[in-house]
Design a protein around this ligand. Sequence first.
Ligand code: NCD
Length: 308
Amino acid sequence: MRHLMNPLDLSVEELDRLLDLANDIEKHPEKYAHSCAGKKLATLFYEPSTRTRLSFEAAMLNLGGSVLGFSSADSSSAAKGESVADTIRVISCYADICAMRHPKEGAPLIASMKSRIPVINAGDGGHQHPTQTLTDLLTIRSLKGRLGDFTIGLCGDLKFGRTVHSLIQALIRYPNVKFILISPEELRLPDNIRDDVLRRNKQEFKEVVRLEEALPELDLLYMTRVQRERFFNEEDYVRMKDFYILDKEKLKLAGPDMMILHPLPRVNEISVEVDDDPRAAYFRQAQYGVYVRMALILTLLGLEGTIC
Ligand code: NCD
């Protein structure tokens, strides 16, 4: 039985197969419409979510399966003090696969150790968000035609943004990826990722504070929101929240093919006037999230080879 805690749980070859499957699902959704008939997905969300939870649910429904779950800790037995270890033992009796989001780093990992069904980490604190990374990789590969040979700017809250942490780990496995880390001093990438992931793998990267400085060099810009819920005090958040605002004026500094990604939700960091720019890919990215989660569910349930 396999779980997904970290994007590195899948080898590059497995990832390629998964992304190929997601592209096939995009082209021929009817082939997959009943492939999970009789299977159930549980979504255990102890933290707010729109896209991740609903795209998991849409994915399972598109595959002909069913969904059950909860969308906040308050509405689950966590409010009575139940541990994730106990909860997952019980959910293992009700569902065939589960996606878990939790504010504590490592909670889905603890669950996976006690689980009888595959557990997918749907975001654990400021740590990892592997299915967002699968979404990002599918979007980049589908729209740019390749993974590798590009310069990507990661902008915003690189300290608490788990999507960035997972994406960096995944991208260093592809050739010739250059990173420009764009953040205010207080929200720089954590040392362990800079040292243990980027430096240890001799990855080319630089850190800058000004978005304007990076824009002309980028093939891809990955914007992120400042993660209010992980700040210790509101004052710091208020000081940081509008540090970056990508608008039409700034976009003039970027090349004509620079693709703009954002895991969403957006707050102020991308002005709505940018949405109509052909380079804005963040809503298409959300659509790719459904295809890739369909491919992931099929893969973890061992059903990917059963569809012809
Ligand atoms: C991200 C998350 O939850 O980390 N959202 C998402 O799943 N698409 C990004 C965020 O909340 O800023």
